[in-house]
Write a protein that binds this ligand. Structure first.
Ligand code: SF4
Length: 247
């Protein structure tokens, strides 16, 4: 069976999760590497969690694949971090860009900053700049690895380490599911991992420049994302919100 066709029964998946849940994060990435080989890749936003995750993944396999979505609206600091990460790990980052014809049409019809004009516009922009390129990036992969954590709340509170991703017909792996933000910060410090300097300026969660602001003391760590929207639960761009299904 080709690795991309690997599919587990519900019972197998439960057992896999039970075993991986009780072991170190490194074991999860070793299992990914053995099971999916180069048909697995980390999809990174280059946030703090993703930097921790890639450090561990690279330690397991120095040829681990690292992908990212360049929406063309990222902060300058994020572009600098791309270069720092390439230097540190010698990784050939796989960049995925929006379809430029679609972007041009969207901007012509709705303006460059359409996202400030209502949630549907924002979701349209995220669809063009993130969701479609993500689908392109993941096509052909048997598994994609993410830096999601359960205590980030909302739908992330119930993630499993290994989940069937119906939307992309592959497995979604969440090795940091049980990590806390404090653990992430400590790991970055202890291992001198390159990170986005905006994290030192009140940005715990990073995304596109026009859609992310620093948070105030006491605010939820994702409060700075799409801060102008009234619904406090509307803090996802669509790439992690398709309900996962077990096989
Ligand atoms: S975060 Fe903002 S700029 Fe980035 S894709 Fe979504 S709406 Fe567009």
């Amino acid at each position: 069976m080709a690795l991309t066709e690997q599919r587990f029964s519900e019972a197998e998946l439960d057992k896999i999760n039970e075993i991986l849940e009780s072991g170190p994060t490194e074991n999860i990435l070793k299992w990914v590497d053995i099971t999916f080989g180069n048909k697995a890749a980390q999809m990174s936003s280059f946030g703090l969690e993703d930097q921790v995750l890639f450090h561990i993944y690279w330690g397991v396999n120095s040829k681990a694949r690292l992908m990212t979505l360049d929406t063309l609206r990222l902060p300058t600091e994020t572009y600098s971090l791309f270069d720092q990460t390439k230097l540190r790990y010698g990784v050939d980052v796989e960049f995925f860009y929006p379809n430029m014809d679609t972007v041009a049409e969207m901007v012509k019809e709705n303006g460059n900053n359409l996202f400030y004009k209502g949630r549907s516009n924002r979701e349209f922009c995220c669809g063009v700049r993130k969701v479609e390129p993500l689908a392109r990036a993941l096509s052909g992969l048997g598994a994609w690895v993410t830096g999601l954590r359960r205590d980030q709340g909302m739908e992330r509170g119930s993630i499993n380490i290994v989940e069937w991703d119906e939307a992309h017909s592959n497995y979604k792996i969440n090795p940091l599911a049980k990590w806390t933000f404090e653990q992430v910060q400590a790991f970055v410090r202890e291992n001198e991992i390159p990170y986005n300097e905006l994290h030192d300026n009140g940005y715990p969660s990073l995304g596109c420049a026009p859609c992310t602001r620093a948070i105030k003391p006491g605010e939820d760590i994702r409060a700075g994302r799409w801060w102008w929207e009234a619904d406090p639960n509307a803090k996802e761009c669509g790439i992690h919100t398709v309900a996962p299904l077990k096989s």
